[in-house]
Ligand binder design. Structure first.
Ligand SMILES: [Mn+2]
Length: 397
């Protein structure tokens, strides 16, 4: 038997973190998730899978707009035409507090209610499958839902668990916190997890893990994104990752000694041969102080954006500068003080004091609580210090 495990499509979610977007890029971004889902459905039809499971957050919100609804319904209809069944649970983003408000899904779709229920089906090869799952009907679930799941049904060939949530302690986490042990104790053949956007395996066999999001929607969701094609091999269900995201977030490092007016051309030439579209955070290593300054004041980013062409297979959305030479002549003791100061300044407590306590918007909070935000701040300060240091050394009275 063969099925597809995907999750966190987040249809209707705009790309985040792009400070400037040329008009030609807008539609490409806008349709990226739909393109990814379309590719998944193409693959499902070609591979003639027995069914597809979507592990929650198919929509980005509980009130998806018309385009997001149509994008999903149209793709589900293509699966219906190919007689492929789809099992859907709703997650913390697309939780359903009013089932009337959902679009009309084709008949091949089974939606799981708030209570854990089990569906059965028979595959083309006459294997029997049980699928157990539940949907969110509110944004947060602080209880462990695994306890509601039945033990493996020994009368079927395969038992699959469909679960949207995160590892954690009951009562502490907001996303149906569970322990790996609790999942293991159900003795299922496969746990199709959703919620975590990074592809992650909690257990190899029987498989327990996240397929990750299908399309990276901000700079933290780097690397290839897609779904798992799951196939039975003797007594095991084995997932194989298949990338389908048409746009990938990447970091590229470039070393250059060119003058400012040559840097844009040099860098662009390096990226012309990309096959799938990339959103690039560019890290430039250089000792040219004019280039480093142009990076700091965003002048270089503006030049890259101005040079971008609709035929490009990349877009540089961020540029950071890093001097090749180390800060010269700072004694070791200064390093110690530097590290200690950094630790004292760039920490959560300081952010709280600076006003994070007053922030109620979940997305903004997530951004500041993300470890990479603090890392970015630290490196920006360090670069700034190094640039001024090099500036001082080059200075001739
Ligand atoms: Mn989620």
């Amino acid at each position: 038997m063969k099925f597809i495990h995907a999750g966190d499509l987040h249809l209707g979610n705009p790309f985040g973190g792009l400070s400037i977007t040329p008009s030609w890029l807008k539609e490409k971004l806008h349709s990226a998730t739909q393109v990814a889902v379309h590719r998944l459905v193409d693959d499902a039809i070609v591979a003639a899978v027995d069914f597809v499971v979507l592990a929650g957050d198919s929509f980005n919100t509980t009130t998806p707009d018309a385009r997001a609804q149509l994008d999903l319904v149209n793709e589900l209809q293509r699966l219906a035409d190919a007689k492929i069944h789809v099992y859907i649970i709703f997650g913390n983003h697309d939780y359903v507090n009013n089932w009337q408000r959902l679009p009309t899904f084709p008949d091949n779709v089974t939606l799981f209610p708030a209570e854990v229920t089990t569906q059965q089906l028979q595959t083309a090869n006459h294997e029997t499958v049980a699928i157990s799952g539940f949907s969110y009907t509110q944004r947060h679930i602080s209880t462990n839902q695994v306890t509601q799941f039945p033990m493996k049904d020994t009368s079927v060939d395969w038992h699959i668990g469909l679960y949207h949530g995160a590892l954690g302690e009951a009562g502490v986490g907001d996303y149906a916190p569970f322990s790996l042990q609790a999942l293991q104790q159900k003795h299922y053949d496969y746990w199709a997890l959703g919620h975590i956007h990074v592809r992650e395996t909690l257990q190899e066999q029987p498989f327990i893990g996240y397929s990750g999001s299908i399309q990276g929607l901000d700079k933290t969701e780097t690397g290839s994104k897609g779904y798992y094609m799951v196939e039975s091999h003797s007594q095991q269900l084995v997932p194989t990752f298949t990338p389908v995201a048409p746009i990938t977030w990447v970091t590229e490092k470039v070393q250059t000694d060119r003058d400012l007016h040559m840097v844009v051309q040099q860098v662009r030439e390096q990226f012309v041969l990309k096959e799938e579209f990339e959103l690039i955070a560019l890290q430039i290593e250089t000792d040219q102080t004019t280039v480093l300054s142009a990076i700091t004041n965003q002048q270089l980013l503006a030049q890259f954006v101005a040079a971008a062409q609709p035929s490009d297979m990349f877009f540089i959305y961020d540029v950071t500068g890093h001097p090749k030479q180390k800060i010269a002549g700072l004694p070791a003791v200064a390093d110690q003080y530097w590290s200690a100061t950094v630790a004292n300044v760039f920490n959560l407590e300081q952010l709280q004091k600076l006003g994070l306590k007053q922030v109620t918007d979940g997305d903004v909070l997530d951004y500041f609580l993300d470890a990479s935000t603090l890392t970015d701040l630290k490196s920006a300060v360090q670069t700034q210090l190094q640039v001024s240091q090099i500036g001082d050394e080059n200075h001739v009275d």
